[in-house]
Design a binder for this molecule. Structure first.
Ligand code: SF4
Ligand code: SF4
Length: 261
């Protein structure tokens, strides 16, 4: 059982260099304020339905929508994220949040984890050691102590599920149909702010499930080969290629032979 003490020292490090995950409503608000939002897509091959008792599979199912890549059944997870290098556009010179009352859920719960299957590890967080040397209880027996953080974590998980059909519809409206393979990287799409805002607003009115055929992007030749074999629609794409779409691979590029590509 994990017990952790923590007290924010207001260093501002958690407000820098982020892809800040936003709910559908938060993304609309962020865009209406003039901010930039990116669309990250990852796909999970979903050939057979996992056992209902598999809590982790249930969590993934609730966060994703079913679709196809060629002959392969997949589920796609879409994350809307405010991306910025350096400080958040709303971080003030006094290292305060300039939209404190309206700040996203994920800002309210930091450094707690949203994903219930990821254990909170201080070394994976931006908070300096002195924040963890506090005498204030933060986690007791693996449970977050603060009621507000508990509340916003619950709300965030709930909204994440409710947003799935809205994000699916928005992708359809935007013509976004390429995703990474989960745990290999992310396929990142950058529609213009105006185009994305219009699609997110339209998805509130009409959120029919898409019947599209997704392309699966990978920077791994072995993955490309397997996806070809199972009848999916794969494409090799090198990491960090510039453009409206970008592949963010977790591993170095492993290009395929020209014959397979
Ligand atoms: S919205 Fe506020 S709390 Fe969240 S990253 Fe920006 S400045 Fe920090
Ligand atoms: S990085 Fe941690 S200690 Fe620093 S402002 Fe963010 S939550 Fe507080």
């Amino acid at each position: 059982m994990t017990n952790l003490n923590f007290n924010c020292v207001q260093c501002g490090k958690c407000c820098h260099d982020l892809k800040l995950p936003l709910t559908h409503a938060e993304a609309i608000a962020w865009l209406r304020r003039g901010g930039t939002v990116e669309v990250l897509c990852e796909a999970i091959p979903w050939v057979t339905e996992p056992d209902a008792a598999d809590a982790q599979a249930t969590h993934k199912r609730q966060r994703s929508f079913p679709t196809q890549s060629g002959n392969l059944s997949i589920r796609v997870i879409v994350v809307l994220a405010a991306g910025f290098a350096g400080p958040c556009p709303y971080l003030t010179e006094e290292r305060r949040c300039g939209i404190y009352v309206d700040r996203p859920h994920v800002c309210r719960i930091y450094p707690a984890e949203v994903n219930p299957f990821i254990a909170l590890a201080p070394t994976s967080k931006k908070c300096p050691p002195e924040a963890w040397e506090s005498s204030m209880p933060f986690m007791r027996d693996n449970k977050i102590v603060d009621a507000q953080i508990q509340l916003h974590t619950t709300l965030l998980r709930h909204e994440d599920q409710l947003d799935v059909p809205l994000k699916a519809r928005a992708c359809q409206l935007l013509g976004i149909q390429s995703a990474s393979i989960a745990n290999e990287g992310f396929m990142l799409h950058r529609p213009s702010n105006a185009t994305l805002l219009a699609a997110l607003e339209a998805s509130l009115i009409d959120s029919d499930a898409p019947g599209s055929d997704w392309e699966l992007a990978t920077n791994q030749s072995a993955t490309l080969s397997v996806l070809h074999q199972v009848g999916a629609r794969p494409v090799y794409i090198a990491s960090n290629a510039e453009g409206a779409s970008q592949y963010l691979g977790f591993r170095p590029d492993s290009p395929p032979d020209a014959a397979i590509a």
